[in-house]
Design a binder for this molecule. Structure first.
Ligand SMILES: O=c1[nH]c(=O)c2[nH]c(=O)[nH]c2[nH]1
Length: 310
């Protein structure tokens, strides 16, 4: 029986890179986790043991770090595009046909001075902060995936681990009931989820097309996701998912597809009757598993969705 070598790719994964900008006493930092995957003319490497076409994973790692110095990191997306184009366009004899760069970005806030902490604690107001001291922002991880095949670039940005909760304005009732149904209908429940979102840009990088303002767009997409979650009076998490995706498409022309994964972080009312207490939707048990998992894509009409369903 003959066997066939199918799709293959390789590169250094999870290059943890911190780039400090020390041009003034007010430093800036970028904290990334960059994974490189190259595919192309690598049959011989797998089949014959010849490494003539193999760009070592070690070199891909070095390139990531060197590019951080040479070009800086304005955004994960722009950095990923630079790397992907380099591997495909500049590698000897054109043996790399496709490069996929995945990046996770961890954001850091500035630590405020004692004076400002006293004045601004608990407020979002900008104040004085140390120029060189940071506290990691625990809200969410920013993600991006850049693929370049020698002709066009595809950019899918996203976020994960963004935990949100509505303490009211959520109902769930009118669902199918069969002999296994025990769920009580809910007319005022907690709705909580940990958002994983990915969105695809229309950008292709062909004909010197200008790049969107990746950082600005990220900030706005996150804002729209949060606002839609907060403003939607929800009859199901599915309905909230649709509202979140729609809100992004309605407000960001650069984006043509949004995919969301929303675990339903169940909050169960605790029975306080044994203690002679009435629970008027005030005391919940926050279960961490099992959980409902609601997933879906919202895309513009005529756009063929490409964000993988995983
Ligand atoms: O928003 C919800 N969608 C469901 O499909 C579902 N199923 C369930 O048990 N609870 C919920 N909640």
């Amino acid at each position: 029986m003959a066997h066939v070598l199918g799709q293959n790719q390789y590169g250094k994964a999870e290059n943890r890179i911190v780039r400090v900008y020390r041009d003034s006493t007010r430093h800036e930092i970028k904290d990334l986790n960059v994974s490189v995957a190259l595919s192309g003319e690598f049959d011989d490497v797998h089949l014959t043991g010849s490494n003539a076409n193999c760009l070592p994973t070690d070199t891909t790692k070095n390139t990531v770090f060197a590019f951080a110095k040479e070009y800086g990191i304005d955004s994960a997306e722009a950095f990923g595009i630079l790397l992907a184009r380099h591997f495909v366009d500049d590698t000897e004899r054109g043996v790399v046909h496709r490069a996929r760069i995945r990046i996770e970005e961890y954001t850091w806030d500035r630590i405020r001075t004692p004076d400002d902490n006293a004045r601004f604690i608990g407020s979002e107001e900008a104040g004085h902060s140390f120029g060189h001291s940071f506290v990691r922002n625990g809200q969410e991880v920013r993600t991006s995936e850049i693929v370049y095949d020698g002709e066009s670039v595809q950019v899918i940005s996203g976020l994960k681990d963004l935990v949100v909760l509505n303490s009211t304005n959520s109902e769930f009732w009118g669902y199918i009931k069969d002999k296994y149904t025990t769920l009580q209908e809910a007319y005022d429940r907690i709705l909580a989820t940990q958002v994983t979102a990915r969105w695809k840009y229309g950008f292709t990088g062909r004909d010197d097309e200008a790049q969107p303002n990746w950082n600005r767009c990220y900030t706005h997409v996150k804002r729209h996701l949060l606002e839609a979650f907060a403003e939607t009076y929800s009859y199901s998490l599915q309905q909230t998912l649709h509202a979140m995706g729609t809100r992004v498409l309605n407000n960001r022309a650069e984006v043509d597809e949004v995919r969301l994964e929303l675990p339903n972080k169940h909050h169960f009312l605790v029975d306080l009757e044994p203690f002679g207490l009435k629970n008027e939707n005030e005391v919940y048990y926050a279960a961490d598993r099992m959980y409902g998992l609601i997933e879906g894509t919202v895309h513009r009409e005529g756009v063929v969705p490409v964000i993988p369903v995983v």
